[in-house]
Design a protein around this ligand. Structure first.
Ligand SMILES: Cc1cc2nc3c(=O)[nH]c(=O)nc-3n(C[C@H](O)[C@H](O)[C@H](O)COP(=O)(O)OP(=O)(O)OC[C@H]3O[C@@H](n4cnc5c(N)ncnc54)[C@H](O)[C@@H]3O)c2cc1C
Length: 390
């Protein structure tokens, strides 16, 4: 690439990782983010060992792990506290050589921004479109600004403008469920350190994860609730907490206590959308990365993990092949099957999590109790153990 370098649209996890990876590969890269300022997003994130392996390739695994908490076991519970199964995630972590980490999104963003240093990310830059010109690309912004680059990477998330310009016919799909997420500091660890809880009711899934300890000794916890629901539902103003409680009253401790302790402003409600696998991700010097290319339902917790893998693979292929258009197509050829597989696994694993029929729920809970953990681990191994750099 010439010194004009890569223009990356979107300063989310995918865009920031792409900038780090490209710059480490000796390529120029600048990020254009539409937000005017970084605002802490009140949500946690689980990073499976495959994402941590990608961070290791960027020399960042230690810093990322240090910003959160790792867990070694996932405990599946019925709503009333009966343990359905225990999954030793530690086995996979040892196989991959990296931990599984829960952390605040904003903490991860800060680690990535510190790594990039000043001058790389341009805030208040809302991309409106692009034109391929000769060997490069001219990108336009809402404030009239234009920049040129040797290639354009659309890392602008679910509602990607770059994707809409490339493939206007593509539509987002509603995943059939809505989510609430909360982050709260508590005085005691509430679930054992090193474990993550998943708790199941009829058509209701609740998760709890550690995000690390605060300097004053309190525990930072993340929880989420997922239920099947019509698209576009909204809570009454100031009513997120009450909406969540209406689904989990009488559930095992610490579910209600955690929700009650969470400030209303620290609860987010989000409908879950995804994309059917795209037949192509780019054209000429333009490509997509992260959710803009492969938004998936959240049931495997792999959306951001895949964006981080994308970034590392993209930089590797651009470093190896000076023909950047060919390198972009190689990147897409490598990443499309992997991310389509993850999207499909996520949809499939979600299908049994939100059963409502009492007999089906009874059968699912029984299956969770009797199924050897090795079977569930095998499915996770497909996500976490895959050698995405090979
Ligand atoms: C409830 C929920 C829970 C989840 N939990 C997990 C989890 O535990 N683990 C996991 O791996 N994944 C999880 N995900 C998925 C994960 O959040 C996404 O896959 C990930 O954030 C995608 O990163 P990205 O950088 O591609 O997109 P985003 O994080 O969406 O970033 C896109 C960026 O582009 C910017 N942007 C958008 N349009 C423009 C424009 N026109 N011009 C300039 N900038 C623009 C946006 O402001 C944003 O900063 C979860 C998702 C949800 C909804």
């Amino acid at each position: 690439m010439s010194s004009r370098g890569a223009v990356i649209i979107g300063g989310g996890i995918g865009g920031l990782c792409a900038a780090i990876a490209l710059r480490q590969a000796g390529l120029e890269a600048a990020v254009y983010e539409r937000a005017e300022a970084w605002r802490p997003v009140g949500a946690g994130l689980s990073l499976w060992s495959n994402a941590m392996r990608a961070f290791d390739a960027l020399g960042l695994a230690g810093k990322v792990a240090g910003a959160g908490a790792s867990w070694r076991e996932t405990v599946m519970n019925r709503w009333d506290g009966k343990v359905l199964s225990r999954l030793s995630v530690d086995v996979l972590c040892r196989e991959v050589g990296q931990p599984t980490v829960g952390l605040l999104r904003s903490e991860l963003q800060q680690v990535l921004l510190r790594e990039l240093g000043p001058g790389v990310v341009h805030l208040g830059a809302a991309c409106t479109g692009f034109h391929v010109e000769g060997e490069g690309v001219r990108v336009t912004f809402a404030d009239g600004r234009e920049v040129t680059g040797d290639c354009l990477i659309g890392a602008d998330g679910l509602h990607s403008v770059v994707r809409q310009r490339l493939f206007p016919e593509v539509r987002l799909r509603y995943g059939g469920r809505t989510s609430w997420r909360g982050v709260v500091d508590v005085a005691s660890e509430v679930i054992p350190d090193g474990s993550q809880f998943e708790i199941y009711g009829r058509g209701v899934r609740f998760g709890i994860c550690h995000l690390g300890r605060n300097p004053e000794g309190t525990w930072r916890m993340y929880w989420f609730l997922m239920i099947p629901a019509p698209e576009g539902g909204q809570d009454a103003p100031g009513g997120h907490q009450e909406a969540v409680l209406s689904h989990v009253r009488g559930w095992m401790e610490p579910v209600e206590a955690l929700v009650r302790a969470t400030r209303e402003s620290d609860i987010l409600r989000t409908d879950i959308h995804h994309l059917a696998p795209l037949p192509r991700w780019g054209e000429g010097p333009v490509t997509l990365l992260g959710d803009s290319a492969h938004a998936m339902v959240t049931d495997m917790g792999q959306g951001a993990c895949q964006a981080i893998e994308d970034a590392v693979v993209l930089a590797k292929l651009l470093r190896e092949d000076t023909d950047r258009v060919r390198a972009l197509r190689s990147y897409e050829a490598k990443r499309r099957p992997r991310t389509a597989h993850m999207a499909e696994l996520s949809l499939r694993s979600g299908s049994i999590r939100y059963l409502r029929n009492p007999v089906a729920v009874w059968g699912r809970d029984l299956l969770m109790r009797v199924l050897p953990p090795s079977v569930a681990l095998q499915q996770l191994r497909l996500a976490v153990g895959h050698d995405f750099l090979a």
